[in-house]
Design a protein around this ligand. Structure first.
Ligand code: GTP
Ligand code: SPV
Ligand code: MN
Length: 605
């Protein structure tokens, strides 16, 4: 039975049902009983495998088709009336053509299936930040994941009232045919259509599709920002908390930074990290002239491989209850899950992510095809499971930002950390980001590409206009209270290809410097061609017992090495950025950024 009298919702459901012709329509009310019944149904059909309820209470494993394991960037379209508005780095399709194409694909595709109506809110229901979406889907996996990742239920429809507007999402798995897979965004009609996939970012429409692509478009028009950022709080021994947001590309360390556990001597002093969000931030200018951020999500869709008790204890704890694992290995000894990096010892009796017995003897770290879990295997875990979840997670107004951090995966050139000279220079640094590609999207990994503000795959409009929006937001913030902007790189490598910086919990040492630069306990920095770099002595490397390789230890010499700014390399980088602006983003690059580029070029002479 319909759970609302909102005519727009009813019309949307009716129109899509007429197209897809489901046997049944089920409204998701968010009740425990309904979710429980859906889990049981999915276990019965084999869509989910129930895991050991003692070790992993109410947890399930799901395997996708082997052709459907990551976001498909080249099949993800921004469908604006004018091609120009989607910009040069988005795939574009004429909206009429995109509707026709996907309508043809979806027509009748839900015959014999159920269409679920998921009312959900991005953000705390009732907060000024929050926005409501309705996702229609024929996948129980999607319903159950959305129920973890967003706030689902009848109260979202109540918040809409009789004629409130919402973001329309339609998902049909069809035959999961990769050749007919399309993820279409219609920012001008607040609509998303996804067909022929059943994987994460392609189908959990509240996440990248709505909370980044559609929301960034709304933000541009309404004066706020939707960013691919984690949000964390650093609580000091005196109880005060400072918040930072950080944008790193997919699989470049957001979840890890968001819930890091500081080194022991910080903990002993009383420092604490609190996680507000691990992937997406919606940011507004508050009445006080500061920037305020909320995490619009309600759960974590985190990368499994590499997650373990030491690298990310909090994430691992978050997966112990009410979690859905996708494409990890099943340990049949005790019906638990495993993935590369979870434990040092390899389990002997696993079914790999494709459903075949896994041979640990053949496992070779360097050969992905021998892995038991897919490199982009994920856990969908409720945020409330996270031991370090911030008290402000559910706050309607969000948290005020002291710093914004950009970062990427760069084997060379980019130092461990540096600070922008001012807001516009910070925007320039974000716009000029490059990072090596990862398994989070289909295609080759390890290829260096431009990924401005970690938003290359997620900006729902022209990237040049997106840069201009950042510049505009800088003008709206009180200059005295604007967050300072930084860039970090945890991934500098030595000549043998080892990561030099210990990373993970030890990133706290860099966060401390960043917050000092935001005015805590002022600390000097070295002015370099690219911005302010720390004096090596000002990064705390005490109590650090870390070996870069069998032969090398991390010490002040290694630190100095990864803080170096090589003028020649940066002159080349500047040329590269100029090429990107000229050839890719073209005429819509704001003058302020051209000016920063000129300064960089001059500084590197
Ligand atoms: P998405 O969910 O795809 O947006 O990824 P993410 O940005 O949240 O990345 P995540 O924290 O899941 O980390 C991705 C990979 O980077 C994992 O394999 C981590 O082990 C690795 N990683 C994270 N932080 C660090 C770090 O500080 N140093 C090193 N060397 N690796 C890291
Ligand atoms: C990312 O790729 O940045 C993710 C995973 O967070 S997905 O939801 O698939 O986009
Ligand atoms: Mn992400």
């Amino acid at each position: 039975m319909a759970l609302t009298k909102n005519k727009k919702v009813l019309d949307f459901v009716a129109e899509r049902a007429e197209l897809a012709q489901p046997d049944k329509i089920v409204w998701i009310d968010g009740s425990e009983n309904q979710i429980k019944a859906l889990k049981e149904e999915a276990v019965k059909s084999g869509e989910l495998i129930k895991l050991n309820d003692i070790h992993l209470q109410d947890c399930y494993l799901h395997r996708t088709k082997v052709n459907d394991v990551a976001r498909v960037e080249d099949r993800t379209f921004i469908c604006t009336k004018n091609k120009e508005d989607a910009g040069p780095i988005n795939y574009w399709m004429d909206p009429r053509q995109a509707y026709e194409l996907t309508n043809e694909i979806a027509r009748g595709s839900m015959k014999g299936r159920t269409m679920y109506v998921i009312p959900y809110s991005m953000g705390v229901v009732g907060s000024d930040f929050a926005k409501i979406g309705i996702e229609l889907t024929d996948s129980i996996y999607v319903v159950l994941n959305m129920n973890i990742m967003t706030r689902v239920g009848k109260n979202c429809l109540d918040a809409l009232g009789k004629d409130g507007d919402f973001i329309k999402g339609f998902h049909a798995k069809c035959d999961v045919d990769a050749d007919k897979r399309y993820i279409m965004h219609f920012p001008e009609d607040n609509t998303i259509v996804s067909v022929n996939s059943a994987y994460g970012g392609n189908v959990l429409l509240g996440k990248k599709c709505f909370a980044l692509r559609i929301a960034s478009f709304l933000g541009k028009n309404e004066g706020w920002m939707a960013e691919h950022m984690l949000i964390l709080g650093v609580t000091y021994p005196n109880g005060e908390t400072k918040y930072v947001a950080a944008a790193f590309p997919s699989a470049c360390g957001k979840t890890n930074l968001a819930m890091l556990i500081p080194p022991k001597h910080y903990l002993d002093k009383g420092y604490k990290i609190e996680c507000v969000g691990d992937d997406i931030a919606w940011i507004r200018v508050g009445k006080d002239g500061r920037l305020w951020a909320v995490n619009p999500e309600n759960g974590f869709f985190g990368v499994a491989p590499g997650t373990n008790e030491h690298s990310n204890y909090n994430a691992l704890q978050s997966t112990k209850r009410g979690t859905i694992f996708t494409n990890v290995a099943l340990n049949t000894d005790d019906m638990t899950v495993w993935w590369e990096g979870l434990t040092k010892e390899l389990p002997q009796n696993c079914i790999d992510w494709t459903g075949k017995p896994w041979n640990p003897a053949k496992y070779d770290k360097k050969d992905k095809s021998t892995c038991s879990a897919h490199p982009n295997s994920r856990f969908t875990a409720p945020a409330t499971n996270c031991p370090c979840l911030s008290r402000k997670f559910d706050s309607k107004e969000g948290v005020p930002l002291s710093a914004i951090i950009f970062g990427g995966r760069r084997a060379s050139t980019t130092p461990l950390v540096y600070q922008a000279r001012d807001w516009n220079h910070g925007v320039f640094i974000g716009s000029a980001m490059s990072s090596e590609t990862t398994a989070a999207a289909t295609g080759a990994t390890g290829v260096l590409r431009h990924d401005p503000m970690a938003m290359k795959p997620f900006a729902g409009y022209h990237m040049g206009d997106y840069f201009a929006h950042w510049i505009e937001m800088g003008k709206k913030v009180d200059p005295e209270k604007a967050p300072k902007i930084f860039n970090v790189n945890w991934f500098r490598q030595d000549d043998e290809g080892n990561f030099v910086w210990p990373g993970f919990g030890d990133n706290m040492r860099v966060l401390e410097w960043i917050l000092k630069r935001c005015g805590d306990t002022p600390v000097d920095a070295v002015e370099t061609p690219i911005g302010y770099v720390p004096n090596a002595e000002d990064i705390d490397i005490s109590e650090l017992d870390y070996n870069i390789s069998d032969k090398k230890k991390f010490d002040i010499k290694a630190l100095k090495e990864i803080l170096t700014v090589d003028k020649e390399k940066w002159a080349k980088e500047a040329e590269e950025i100029e090429g990107y602006y000229n050839n890719t983003i073209q005429s819509r690059v704001p003058q302020e950024l051209w000016d920063c580029l000129e300064t960089l070029k001059k500084n590197c002479k």
